[in-house]
Design a protein around this ligand. Sequence first.
Ligand code: NAD
Ligand code: LMR
Length: 330
Amino acid sequence: MVKAVVLGASGGIGQPLSLLLKASPLVDELALYDVVNTPGVAADLSHISSTAKITGYLPKDDGLKNALTGADIVVIPAGIPRKPGMTRDDLFKINAGIVRDLATGIAAHSPKAFVLVISNPVNSTVPIAAEVLKAAGVFDPKRLFGVTTLDVVRAETFTQVYSGKKVPSDATVPVIGGHSGPTIVPLFSKVSPKFEIPADKYEDLVHRVQFGGDEVVKAKDGAGSATLSMAYAGFRFAEAVIKASKGEKGIVEPTFVYLPGVAGGDEIVKATGVEFFSTPVELGPNGAEKAINILDGVTAREQELIAEAIKGLQTNIETGVQFIKNPATK
Ligand SMILES: NC(=O)c1ccc[n+]([C@@H]2O[C@H](COP(=O)([O-])OP(=O)(O)OC[C@H]3O[C@@H](n4cnc5c(N)ncnc54)[C@H](O)[C@@H]3O)[C@@H](O)[C@H]2O)c1
Ligand SMILES: O=C(O)C[C@H](O)C(=O)O
């Protein structure tokens, strides 16, 4: 039996993500939580004939507790999205508190669940969730993930656009680092099986992967950021976590994790100097079983991109950690 919970289920990401989870044969029970509209969204989805039993909760009547109790996997797309001219870090002021409060609920009501954080800025909201879980004494680094799958999906898509060739279906373009502008580092040299990127397209391709989110924010013109592609990516990652938890072997996805708590992570901390980092992670029954170090043998240009990413990440991570450790200074 798998119980999935979506926190922020009535939003632009939350609704299509809930639709995909409701339609999935991997999910037996689906609980939707938001500060608005969940009874309606749940009623609507309940008419779909897939097997997942669905319920909707609002904050009243212990809604968060009831949604989370018994959860195996909790996906968090709660929080405000960007408008043109904003960076993801501009969302911190509001979203940091939202993620802190939801993580507090998870610590109390579903401390063993896999927690997938979508809310931006991911580079800071994941450290916030980690600090909340640590303070409650229930932090398991193998079970907390920042969802960076949309960067991987974009890298796969744009690679095809720029090369004019189909990326083999068994190939993943690894994207490492974090989830904002220059902290996003696609490693085209590490695509396996090998896939040549035309040299004259390389810089444009990297830029599109790093700033793909801005393209959508601009096109939506004040109506938010990526929602449908994010729901697709969020579902892809949630499905990977669920399949691995059921024993399926060989599932590897890049994701933003707390490295010191994941096997293989220390080596990456040594190389980067940061404790939270997105890297390909082998998933298993307990979550993140192994952080895979793909930093060796990257190109000189990729080396530069990684150094730039680390600078940004250091600040973002510290901002998140301090928000919980020293709330008075915020
Ligand atoms: N990780 C990624 O790759 C990625 C991609 C796209 C968007 N995002 C981020 O995801 C977040 C959501 O984006 P969206 O477009 O769905 O926004 P949205 O405004 O459409 O939806 C957010 C939902 O969160 C709900 N919410 C607010 N406070 C809440 C709380 N305390 N508890 C529960 N629900 C709460 C709102 O009511 C709303 O329904 C944003 O922060 C956005 O930047 C991340
Ligand atoms: O760009 C955004 O603000 C949303 C999201 O992080 C994205 O990459 O699309």
